[in-house]
Design a protein around this ligand. Sequence first.
Ligand SMILES: Cc1cc2nc3c(=O)[nH]c(=O)nc-3n(C[C@H](O)[C@H](O)[C@H](O)COP(=O)(O)OP(=O)(O)OC[C@H]3O[C@@H](n4cnc5c(N)ncnc54)[C@H](O)[C@@H]3O)c2cc1C
Length: 394
Amino acid sequence: MDGMTPDLTGEAFRQQARDWLRAHVPPGFLADQPGHAPPGLAQCIAWEAAMHRAGLAGITWPRAYGGHGRTLREHLIANQEIGRLALPESVSSISKELAGPIILAIGTEEQKRRFLPPILEMREIWCQGFSEPEAGSDLAGLRTRARRDGAGWRVTGQKIWTSGAAKSQRCLLLARTGPVEDRHKGLALFAVPMDSPGIRVVPIMQIDGQDHFAEVFFDDVRVAPEDALGAPDEGWTAALRVLSIERATNRMYRAWRFENELRHLVAACRQDAALAPLLEDASYRQRIATTVMEIEMVKGHVEPVVRSLVAGEAIGARGSLMKLHWSEAHQRFASLALELLSQASPGAAPFVQAAQRRFQGLYLKSRAETIYAGTTEIQLGIIADRVLQLPRGK
Ligand SMILES: Cc1cc2nc3c(=O)[nH]c(=O)nc-3n(C[C@H](O)[C@H](O)[C@H](O)COP(=O)(O)OP(=O)(O)OC[C@H]3O[C@@H](n4cnc5c(N)ncnc54)[C@H](O)[C@@H]3O)c2cc1C
């Protein structure tokens, strides 16, 4: 099949998405199935391109830019179906969920036609060059400088923690066009080709032994005028918009994937002689029940966000509630999973060993969940200031 049937809505759309996924997920992709083998980059790219052709990526983007022109409600339905399966995380979520939406919002017609189709067809992966060694939570302190060079720009500076930099073809770069003292004024957003002369990517080894993120150095990098996104002074507003998307709508499948993980954990415990009795232990039962409630609460954040977006309202600070709740609950769950599975019988069955491998990886990754897209403390500050409008202490 090439694309979902155009006039399908609601449950019929869900059924078609579910059927397509069941029929087309490549062997070994699902982390809760026997024979799971983590796919490499090329396999993930091929899979995500196939999902797009099937109508399961770029769901709400206009057809003129390679999208499927459907509703946000259908995007949510597809995400629920994607989340229900233990699929690998997208290797291009920054492109599809952060760069794409911001290009749609502030890009020129020419930029939309040039940048968006390659993202959906998986010909171009983007990374997000916001954080710097001295500017993470305090993003307005960033120092990477963009100075005028004829009609274009020259960029010099350093980014850090840039996820996927080594595999990316473009960087959504936030750089300073004015003095550092101007803070959030005089910042601009650029779409910089990663093979530009003067860019150096230095991978950083993570706690799980992978090097998915990197330091990125810009040494007098020439940026063409047509690769500036929005007006030179629009960078801060655009960056806030990117962050709000990142916190509220990025990976909308999260709650459903979380549910899949919990099911997998309980199924693995049931199959092991040492773990099965732990499911009867009062304190573990309580922690599992709490996880179920937390999953329902994370789901509960999704609907109001979708409703607001459908009504054309900004999500703003409410994205912080979603980000805070999901990351904290998921981190607690990952600790619980590791604690349980570490008590499995020696020589546990392959299904239990597969769960151990999945949840060890998940545990290590979960340590970063309360940091990226804005730390827990930053989300609490935003909720205090902007949602609750509490007075600031002296
Ligand atoms: C896995 C991972 C992937 C990432 N990917 C990207 C990416 O692709 N692109 C990108 O640009 N960035 C990325 N980041 C960076 C991420 O956005 C920053 O790490 C994050 O914003 C925190 O900034 P920082 O590391 O500089 O810590 P800091 O800002 O130095 O914070 C250090 C500590 O101080 C606390 N703190 C800071 N300010 C306050 C305050 N005002 N009130 C209370 N407490 C405060 C923080 O909560 C934290 O505990 C990634 C990070 C991780 C871990």
